[in-house]
Write a protein that binds this ligand. Sequence first.
Ligand SMILES: Cc1cc2nc3c(=O)[nH]c(=O)nc-3n(C[C@H](O)[C@H](O)[C@H](O)COP(=O)(O)OP(=O)(O)OC[C@H]3O[C@@H](n4cnc5c(N)ncnc54)[C@H](O)[C@@H]3O)c2cc1C
Length: 234
Amino acid sequence: MTAALTHPDVRFPLDDATGSVALIQHVGDDKMIVNAARVSFGGDSALPMTARDSKLIRYLLQHHHGSPFEHNLITFKVVCPIFVDRQMVRHRVGVSKNEISGRYVEMQERMYQPGTFRRQAPSNRQASVEDDGTLDQAAAARTWEAAWQASYAAYQQLLALGVTREQARGVLPQAMYTESYYTFNVRSLLHFLELRDHEGAQYETRLYARAMGELAEPLFPVTFAAWRELHTVG
Ligand SMILES: Cc1cc2nc3c(=O)[nH]c(=O)nc-3n(C[C@H](O)[C@H](O)[C@H](O)COP(=O)(O)OP(=O)(O)OC[C@H]3O[C@@H](n4cnc5c(N)ncnc54)[C@H](O)[C@@H]3O)c2cc1C
């Protein structure tokens, strides 16, 4: 289960030793996107990328011609808190997922604890703001830790009583780590990044999205360069 953590292309978005995104595999490259677009005119080729090809990728992105970006796949192993995963799993189109099952395995004692707690923002849309020094960080950390300890102890107690894993997991909190394989095509990944590596997204989810973007970018450098330029310019 920890094999992905030894993979060279791995990021630890939450700055602990558990939360991670590992690049597992990928299919295709920028040229595949060009060829998928050019096959409409019988113009696909095995030649290396040219400046004209790069311009085509930018044009496709700019004009929302999305289907040529669907032939490339990127698989990540994502170890994240359940509350982050609940947001990721909302991305339905062009995304495949398989997750560890709390029915089949005993859930490990792996909990995310924020290094720093944020305040509730006055605006619900903004959701959270940096602590201005008025939050009792130590008390928040103690409360979080105590809730986790109580929940995990209850889980183990239920298992010891003979309760099935599929019911006992009901007492486990959203800060518990889960792990999944996520496969995106490039179109769905860019859409995910637009929504989740965004100031309106939850900070922790944003860190995961950013890590995924960083891992994917060297695989599709022309596409990401054009996308970032268009994204920044708006
Ligand atoms: C900052 C933020 C806050 C959010 N807050 C909430 C919230 O409070 N509550 C909540 O429930 N969700 C919330 N979401 C989730 C959000 O509503 C989307 O479900 C999620 O972002 C996935 O986006 P998507 O549907 O575009 O992606 P995908 O599911 O991957 O879909 C991709 C695209 O395919 C098309 N599509 C997909 N399904 C359909 C369909 N059934 N009919 C027509 N077109 C379709 C759309 O064009 C869509 O953009 C939030 C998301 C963000 C980023």
